[in-house]
Design a protein around this ligand. Sequence first.
Ligand code: URA
Length: 304
Amino acid sequence: MNRSRFIQQAIGLGPQWQARSGWFEQHPAELERKAWQLAQQQASQSAATAAEIPPAITAVTEADAQLAAPLLVTSPAAMASTPELISVAAPVTAIAEQPAAAPLPLVELSWEQLEQAVANCQNCQLCQTRSQTVFGRGNPQARWMLIGEAPGEQEDRQGQPFVGKAGQLLDNMLAAAGLDRENDVYIANVLKCRPPGNRNPAPAEILACSNYLQQQIRHVQPTLILALGRFAVQTLLQTEQSIGKLRGQLHHYQGIPLIATYHPAYLLRNLPDKAKAWQDMVLAKQHFNRLSKAASLHTTQPQP
Ligand code: URA
């Protein structure tokens, strides 16, 4: 027994619980995170060797990036109406001077500040045509996070994601999987504003909104992300591969397990693929259960 434990016992503090050596290192979540980190390192080493630019960055044209980069800061008008943001926002020049494709400095906001920043956002042209922004829906403490593409007509009207036809299908799939849409999941989109006529999001719009989604994920810290459709999947995984190639296996977004699946709106037009989407949901549940079980086993305090 070492000296400090001897003294603690001598003064009546009794045997002290201590983490078993290797406990944290062997935790499944930590092992998963390490494996992901290693894969990231290997990927970036081979990318550097080949002097390649990641596809998701090359997809953004220089014109797109120039349009988005200076706009990524909360605009002066938005900051004036939310004075508390002034102290947390990075100086305009600091962001504007970044090379367009470099990772943007992340100004950490509280959940409330983030909601307010999104509500006031003028980072791209979509602010001119939206009725309102659509931040997210559900339980911000949920263990599941679902990420879609962008608000549609109904969402733009109601200020909530997935309330139209695609939303009804999504709700049915969640219910069939035993998930309550208000309590068990948090749902957000890549874009917080509706693209006019429900056109595809432009790369510059995705870039302009990416900081918001990144911060939402950091706040929710889900056990598992279900990425719905091409834009969510490709944005989060920084790839141009198709859903067909990416579904059916576990991916990670910054260490968080991620399952890729079809967008509910696509499923409404391609009914045969509903079976595949259901397989993806089953796979997601299997991984979720495995991760939750492993985490609960390892959070049970060992008996002295
Ligand atoms: N499609 C999406 O991706 N998100 C919504 O909120 C609605 C439809």
